[in-house]
Ligand binder design. Sequence first.
Ligand SMILES: [Zn+2]
Length: 43
Amino acid sequence: MVNFICKNCNYRFKSERIGEICPYCGKKEVIKEPSAEDLLKDE
Ligand SMILES: [Zn+2]
């Protein structure tokens, strides 16, 4: 599962697919939220 944030209403939700539609406002203005593990990586 991937965390997404809607740029339109800041609603956070989880989905398995990229390019999801915000379930709250119905917009496609969602971005993928980096996970805590991704942030800990120091490459
Ligand atoms: Zn939204």
